[in-house]
Design a protein around this ligand. Sequence first.
Ligand code: GDP
Ligand code: IMO
Ligand code: MG
Length: 426
Amino acid sequence: MPGIALVGTQWGDEGKGKVTDLLAGTVDLVVRYQGGNNAGHTIVVEGERYALHLVPTGVLYPHCIPVIGPGVVVNPQVLLEEVDTLEGRGIDTSRLLLSGNAHLIMPYHLELDRVTERRLGKNRLGTTKRGIGPAYADKATRVGLRVQDLLDPKIFSAKLEVALKEKNLLLTRVYGRLPLEPKEIEEEYLSYGERLKPFIADTALAVQKALDSGRTVLFEGAQATMLDLDHGTYPFVTSSNPVAGGACAGAGIGPRDIDQIIGIAKAYCTRVGAGPFPSEADPTDAEVMVEVGAEYGTTTGRKRRCGWYDAVAGRFAARLNTLTELVITKLDVLSAFETVKVCVAYEFEGERYEEMPPHQTIFNKCRPVYEEVPGWKEDISDARALEDLPKETRSYIDLLEQVVGKPISWLSVGPARDQIVRLAAE
Ligand code: GDP
Ligand code: IMO
Ligand code: MG
């Protein structure tokens, strides 16, 4: 299976980092294709915890080449800090490849993300304030600066001047902020460029060559299907395409290069930031999920909103990503409950919706239809085979498989690399 895409099927933080890390043991390249340092992917290896925001998860294995593709937006300061932190912990980052076509997150993007959120007040999206939306907006309006511009000071300076002229007007006249100094930004960014130079490459070509020679490439999604700019709960979404199709444009490959598409889902559901969430649990149950599942954001530290598994969203993600299989994570967290609920459909004004409602208003106002099944009230974190799991846990997994309509290949029962139950040959 040379091309594998791994995508989130909910609202992010499904445990993509953990599963990518598991797969990375046997793949040659791990490629990030969208998003930026709004992502936070946590990996726990031999008691050591790594929180990666930009560097692809494969970096932890010496045989694996981590690639940041053209579709990613890169804050060079954050990238270099991450590289330094990894090096400081004895991880070799010299194999990292960074696309020259990737767009840069600039200081004014961070500032604009902050001020627009403030201005939206109670209507704010609850972004990660990492400058993601403004950076992608500049890319779309073709005034963005790219990683390759760092290698040409003249071009960099000219493009920055054009961009800053407009941004400073916006910051000073609309938002009442101080203007930003081009010289300061230029000096700072060109010095990042010096350090990033050895990593900059034609990553799309490198990935294609790897695929052509039969090497295995894993495309590591960030964010998730329900946060997708085109398919998620707009406007409460991120500004890129985390769906599997996004891997093609964002990494620079064709659709026929992807052979396997793995969807990651928590055994329940979480969401950070604002926006509709039909299966959000009542405060008592949500608090149990937060405490047992340590549901605090890897990037912002915000408490995640928690709810029950949403099979309507699950089916939606299965279809949009053409999933070949599903991996269920954090199953151990549900051990805390006497009974476990699955949202199998939505209801609005007497009508039942088995599929995602076509109109956002319905999704906003619908109520969940639950199927409630017995819990297992037993620690399952040491399970390593299906036989180790209580029959109630196995019934729950059967139910998920049935309501989503995709085979489940792995179950994760704890944050560590070895806390995994393999159900089928992957
Ligand atoms: P990602 O953004 O999809 O990579 O997910 P995050 O890393 O943001 O959030 C998932 C959190 O759950 C991290 O703290 C992981 O260490 C943790 N985690 C992953 N799988 C499991 C699991 O099966 N059980 C438990 N209890 N924690 C897990
Ligand atoms: P990983 O890869 C969870 C959410 C934010 C906000 C919305 C828009 O770790 O799963 P943005 O800063 O992207 O403009 O914010 O998207 N969000 C995430 N939620 N996990 C993530 O990444 C997220 N990245 C962005 O909370 O609601
Ligand atoms: Mg995360």
